[in-house]
Design a binder for this molecule. Structure first.
Ligand SMILES: [Fe+2]
Length: 207
């Protein structure tokens, strides 16, 4: 999604709605991906309809430079564009529990160990940050402009782009992401996400 331009379309899930069972249930995936994600896409397109020049910009550029736009465009892009960007990363970053390695590998693994101590300590910090998000939001592992790892907590549909960072792993901690199965037990949902979260290969050295 970062490099897509208007008109935006809902990307299909790269796995079946029921594929993440028992960690994320099919009903949640249908509601979250097909309805919530679709709504952000529909509303982002509506936001951009009156602005032909903005329609040529990628989602990443829109979010990076939204602060200099007219207020209505700014608000629409922050809320809906942020929702499209974050949800795109989130759904792409999950995979079937049995099919892929659900732990970082290669250089990313080394960087996590160097930054946090080891993978378990990183999960502890990331999980604590996820629980610390007050209200609706996200927790994101990102690469800072100085190429260091940092855990970001984001409210509503903020992204890490304005801080010059690039996302590596993101967890949705809005209640719509887990309430049907986990009710108010966000900690159980976050624990379950580790069984289906997928870490990307990092193809460059960060120092
Ligand atoms: Fe969501």
């Amino acid at each position: 999604m970062p490099y897509h331009t208007y008109p935006f379309e809902l990307p299909p899930l790269p796995y079946a709605h029921a594929a993440l069972h028992p960690y994320i249930d099919e009903e949640t995936m249908r509601c979250h991906h097909d309805k919530h994600f679709q709504t952000y896409i529909t509303n982002l397109n509506k936001t951009l309809e009156p602005y032909p020049k903005l329609q040529k910009l990628t989602l990443e550029r829109l979010l990076t430079y939204s602060g200099i736009l007219p207020y209505e465009a700014y608000v629409g892009i922050e809320r809906n564009g942020g929702g499209v960007y974050n949800h795109g990363l989130f759904f792409e970053g999950l995979s079937k529990p049995s099919e892929e390695a659900h732990a970082p590998r290669g250089y990313l693994a080394a960087l996590i160990n160097r930054t946090f101590g080891d993978f378990d300590k990183f999960k502890e910090c990331f999980g604590a940050a996820a629980l610390d998000v007050f209200g609706s939001g996200w927790v994101c592992l990102g690469l800072t402009p100085l190429k260091r790892l940092k855990i970001y907590t984001l409210t509503n549909q903020e992204t890490i782009l304005k801080q010059g960072a690039r996302p590596i792993l993101i967890f949705d901690v809005w209640e719509h992401a887990y309430y049907l199965k986990y009710k108010n037990a966000r900690a159980e949902y976050v624990e379950a996400l580790w069984k289906v979260a997928k870490f990307p290969e990092m193809r460059f050295r960060a120092d």
